[in-house]
Design a protein. Structure first.
Length: 244
């Protein structure tokens, strides 16, 4: 049995907790459709029209998040951080994309925006099926989750050349190269979250370069075609082994 070429933090945890035999576990990867999540698909005119349809002034900076509206996604910390961002960049918008989940114990009601005094700078779209058309509207993508798997939305945002600010936790660490394709911040820390967002807003050329590096990382590590080929080869190996 060949050893895995990569051990992820999830794999390490599974081995440590004796969920899986270390000789049997193998990382095959997560992948996304790089053709679907590709900034080059969208001309500037399309982006401007999309912003206009959503009521977004084309001159305003947009911070975006794609996540269920629950506390474990770090929304409360994000709202606190966003208040600080607005002190320096008062015209910035927070674009929230994700379903309401009122049945969850940590569900968030959109009325909470008023508690933070940020409701005039928030656009809440709820659940959408056109997310590949929404990432291009963002200047920065954020995901301040308390816990994550791989964080597929990070992969999608990076594939669309968006600089990412995410929690320094398992899953996000594998999707973001800190300082190169995004910035990792301590979880549940609105101060550091605000600092990272303000840094990227204050340095647009740096943010653009980070976004481009993000696309390259996804092409190298998370192209679904590479993952599919890896899975295919593993099945072929297992079948040959079984037939021996």
């Amino acid at each position: 049995m060949p050893k895995p070429t990569k051990i992820t933090e999830v794999s390490k945890t599974a081995i440590k907790e004796k969920i899986c035999n270390p000789n049997l576990i193998k990382y095959l990867g997560d992948g996304i459709n790089l053709s679907r999540f590709n900034l080059e698909r969208f001309f500037q005119e399309f982006i401007e029209n999309k912003k206009r349809d959503l009521g977004i002034n084309s001159q305003k900076k947009v911070i975006g998040i794609v996540a269920r509206l629950v506390k474990e996604k770090g929304y409360l910390e994000l709202f606190e951080a966003f208040k600080k961002v607005l002190e320096k960049f008062p015209e910035t918008l927070l674009l929230i994309i994700g379903p309401l989940e009122p049945e969850k114990r940590d569900a968030i009601n959109p009325d909470i925006f008023k508690k933070y005094g940020i409701e005039k700078n928030i656009i809440f779209l709820g659940e959408r099926t056109d997310v590949e058309e929404l990432y291009p509207l963002m200047d920065i993508f954020v995901l301040p989750s308390h816990r994550e798997g791989t964080g597929l939305v990070i992969l999608e945002a990076s594939a669309t050349e968006k600089p990412v600010v995410a929690s320094n936790i398992r899953g996000c660490r594998e999707a973001v190269d800190d300082g190169k394709t995004g910035i990792l911040v301590p979880p549940k820390d609105p101060e550091k979250l605000a600092e990272a967002i303000i840094y990227l807003l204050s340095n647009p050329e740096k943010a653009k370069a980070i976004g481009k590096e993000g696309r390259k990382k996804i092409q190298r590590e998370f192209d679904e075609n590479i993952v599919f080929d890896r899975i295919k080869k593993e099945y072929q190996r297992l079948i040959k082994e079984k037939l021996r």
